[in-house]
Design a protein around this ligand. Sequence first.
Ligand code: C5J
Length: 232
Amino acid sequence: MHVAADPYPFAFEIASTALLVIDMQRDFLEPGGFGAALGNDVTLLRRAIGPNQTLLAAWRAAAGLVIHTREGHRPDLADLHPAKHRRAAAGPRIGEAGPMGRILVRGEPGHDLIADLAPLPGEPVVDKPGKGAFYATDLHSILAARGIVRLIVTGVTTEVCVSTTVREANDRGYDCLVLEDCCGSYFPGFHTAALQMIAAQSGIFGWVGHSGALLDALGTRQPTAPAGGGRA
Ligand code: C5J
């Protein structure tokens, strides 16, 4: 199977490819969460929800493996490096009380995945203390155990956790396709630049495409209604 992508079509088999949905958490996407408290416009991230829902439905229907990640820390913050803790001095810090519980702490409401993209039973959820999904997690083992060699990557934010994960995956030998409409950033310019960096130099970190092209490859894209509600 091939998906139209930049810099050239992405070849994959469903059985050896996982859909990796990065950090679609309430604290990043919901009004009143951590991201919003830092002054960010969460609508820039929420644009990715609908395309992810459509993609998840198609990928699940094709019996593809779905893995979700969440950025967060142990309640005792033992896995929070002081360097990470010190930053974001202008806003609420990790572990402090926020509108949806302690910020980016496992088990708190804000740490959870948004209801629109809730995992199904049996879909692995990887809790990660860092930006990259491979750092200090069992993601590599989960993928190896299932014979996964390619990743389709979506989620937030494009230039932070999506980008870091793709770079980590690249160095571990995975081919990654990042779907631009299924990712989001509080900074549109960073979103564009991060995607350009992935596909530049003949795909130095991977491929960039659109979910519509993947739906086409899976044969599940709905035909667009003719303009003006034309009749057949
Ligand atoms: C951030 C993330 N932006 N999931 N996390 O801190 O990209």
